[in-house]
Design a protein around this ligand. Structure first.
Ligand SMILES: Cc1ncc(COP(=O)(O)O)c(C=O)c1O
Length: 401
């Protein structure tokens, strides 16, 4: 394994401003290669897709290359990659489409571990169709999502199980493969929110058992673009609303309007960037992604242990969540300070963290934090280093009352 943090950090111009960007869970910085790919798209001339001239051909090529890149990142097939502006928009679109098959007596399972973008679209679609929502609960003492409950929650009436591959506040990574297997045994589909997991671990949608896997490239060093990947054969069975002249085939019929071509070129560069994070990675881009993301998982895991160990030793800090399998994201409160005040004090020392419920609306409620300003979230991504973690720890240590 060759994960060289100075080489990685040098790829990110924004890191030169001296701030410790521990807010990656809300969106990452972007390496030069991504910025350059976006700029080059405009510099070379770009037209709308499907035309007779070269600049239009470049748009067609970018879309195809972007589907291939996302397929390499997730283990899906390029024909099953739906591109869009962000995960929330795509999930609403799929909830609208999938729920047309639901009616009274049908059931949908959602979890209180999830970001609201993988909860509310399903809850609202179920309400429209008269279907019933069943909730998978979190064990608040550990922030785990016990898988045992799914065999009770999922019945022959279940049409869909929506679950996250990693919590965006406490990092918990539930056993999605088992949950998906329970869903499939009952004939239900499994919609997996991979937005928080994708930047931190190697992803293989087939071994996860995800019928749909959603990701957002701005969480892994790309531009603000979302994608949902699925088996093209499954997409063939679904018919979203679309304009009469718009593509009728799969996956085009799930995409609305003119895409952000230059950003899609940036997504390709971001996947190439991830594939190159372990300098010793070899083989196809898919192979290199898997090797590099395994190196990222190890590197981030060590930094996260340092972060958690430091915070755990502070008597004025309350940490939430202690699942054994988790993405490197810490959520905590500090006695005597609101989460916003903590974030402001840290910002004054050039440490970026997020405060609030971070849209993990149900989980913040289950923790009893929703009405008190939520918590503080500090997340590690692959460009963070020990010095940044230590700066955060020193800043929090200084917040005694
Ligand atoms: C776990 C998770 N799911 C979904 C979303 C929503 O993603 P998007 O901003 O692409 O709509 C986020 C964004 O923070 C997230 O962290």
């Amino acid at each position: 394994m060759t994960f060289d943090i100075s080489r990685v950090r040098a790829a990110y111009p924004a890191l030169r401003d001296g701030y410790a960007y521990l807010d990656g869970a809300a969106g990452t910085q972007v390496p030069s290669a991504v910025i350059e790919a976006i700029a080059e798209t405009y510099r070379s001339g770009i037209g709308n897709a499907g035309g007779a001239f070269p600049a239009s051909g470049r748009a067609d090529a970018i879309v195809s290359e972007c589907r291939r890149a996302l397929a390499d990142l997730t283990g899906a097939s390029p024909e099953g990659v739906i591109l869009g502006p962000n995960m929330t928009t795509l999930t609403y679109r799929l909830a609208d489409t999938l729920s047309r098959r639901w009616g009274p007596g049908d059931e949908v399972v959602v979890s209180r571990l999830d970001h609201d973008a993988n909860v509310r679209p399903w809850v609202q679609a179920a309400a429209r169709q008269g279907a019933t929502v069943r909730w998978a609960e979190v064990d608040i003492s550990t922030a785990e999502l016990p898988v045992g409950q799914f065999s009770e929650l999922v019945t022959e009436r279940t049409r869909l199980v929506a679950v996250t591959a990693a919590s965006n506040i406490v990092g918990t990574r539930p056993n999605v493969a088992v949950i998906a297997a329970v869903a499939h045994a009952a004939g239900a589909l499994c919609y997996v929110d991979g937005v928080h997991a994708t930047p931190h671990v190697p992803v293989d949608v087939r071994s996860l058992g995800a019928d749909f896997y959603a990701t957002s490239s701005y969480k892994w060093s790309g531009p603000h673009i979302g994608a949902v990947v699925a088996d093209p054969a499954l997409l063939e069975t679904l018919h979203p609303d679309r304009l009469a002249p718009a593509p009728a085939g799969v996956p085009g019929r799930f995409e609305r309007g003119t895409p952000a071509y230059a950003d899609l070129a940036g997504v390709v560069a971001a996947v190439d960037h991830l594939a190159g994070l372990d300098a010793s990675a070899a083989g196809s881009r898919r192979d290199r992604v898997l090797t590099s993301m395994a190196a990222v998982e190890r590197y981030e895991g060590e930094l996260f242990a340092r972060l958690l160990g430091g915070l755990a030793g502070m008597r004025h800090v309350t940490l939430y969540g202690k699942a054994p399998r988790r993405a490197p994201t810490a959520f905590f409160t500090v006695a005597g300070y609101t989460p916003r005040e903590v974030a402001e004090r840290l910002a004054a020392q050039a440490v970026n963290v997020w405060n609030g419920d971070n849209y993990a609306w149900e989980l913040a409620g289950a923790f009893g934090l929703r009405d008190s300003g939520g918590g503080v979230r500090a997340g590690i991504v692959h460009y963070n280093d020990e010095a940044e973690v230590d700066r955060l720890l020193a800043a929090v240590a200084g917040l005694t009352t």
